[in-house]
Design a protein around this ligand. Structure first.
Ligand SMILES: Cc1cc2nc3c(=O)[nH]c(=O)nc-3n(C[C@H](O)[C@H](O)[C@H](O)COP(=O)(O)O)c2cc1C
Length: 213
């Protein structure tokens, strides 16, 4: 319960690249733990068979995981490619791990060539694929919080699109629901700036969004 209540957006900004705080073994353990939590999320429908190739699971989502070194290299790559990555670069300078989480749309309409399939078909299966992916994401965020790692769910900004999307090996047929930044435990004291979520305290009064019927 505490981890759910304490989960909050922490956009940790660093103007210079940080040395990772975890050893490779510690980071691998963290990643395995958080992915295991994601896989524990409820899901209603398996993804369509076309997605089950290199990654064979029927789960309706996929997760592309980058360690601190790859995040730091992404900052250099963005600069070399003249991508205006702004605050995303500052968060890549600080992140211990980045999870790019996609969901896998059923495609019943025209195939979309060369970009992620937005708009996607609005149907029950796709709605429930997104819901399951959101649940998996929340598990990662709550898990990271419980373990003491500040974190942030971003829509992804420039990471959604090439060249950054390809840099993180995210297929164009999948739709990014979140790029999750997991920062070092001591990030909040080390950061140049930590920006909270804009809507953190808005709309929370229970009687303004719930009704006993
Ligand atoms: C689907 C989704 C996408 C989000 N994308 C962004 C984003 O791109 N930029 C941002 O500043 N916050 C983003 N957020 C975080 C929200 O701003 C944040 O959750 C909200 O302000 C409430 O703050 P809290 O997370 O501290 O409770 C996103 C949240 C969700 C659920």
């Amino acid at each position: 319960m505490d981890a759910i209540i304490n989960r909050k957006t922490s956009k940790v900004l660093a103007t210079t690249p940080w040395t990772p705080s975890l050893s490779e073994g510690e980071r691998e353990e963290l990643v395995q733990e958080l992915l295991t939590l994601a896989a524990a999320a409820p899901y209603h429908y398996e993804s369509t068979a076309k997605y089950r190739n290199d990654l064979a699971s029927g789960l309706p989502f996929r997760c592309y995981v980058a360690d601190a070194a790859r995040c730091r290299a992404a900052v250099d790559y963005a600069a070399a490619q003249e991508v205006q990555a702004g605050k995303i670069s500052e968060m890549l300078n600080a992140a211990e791990v980045l999870f790019v989480v996609t969901w896998l749309p059923d495609t019943f309409g025209e195939p979309v060539v060369g970009r992620e399939p937005i708009p996607f078909t609005g149907n029950l299966r796709n709605m429930e694929h997104i819901a399951a992916t959101g649940a998996a994401i929340q598990n990662i965020l709550v898990g990271a919080t419980g373990l003491g790692y500040p974190n942030y769910w971003s829509s992804g900004g420039v990471l959604r699109f090439d060249p950054m999307r390809s840099y993180f090996e995210v297929p164009t047929e999948e739709i990014i629901l979140g790029t999750l930044f997991v920062f070092p435990k001591d990030a909040e004291s080390r950061a140049d700036e930590v920006v909270p979520g804009k809507l953190r305290d808005k709309g929370k009064a229970l009687d303004t969004w719930s009704l006993i019927v």
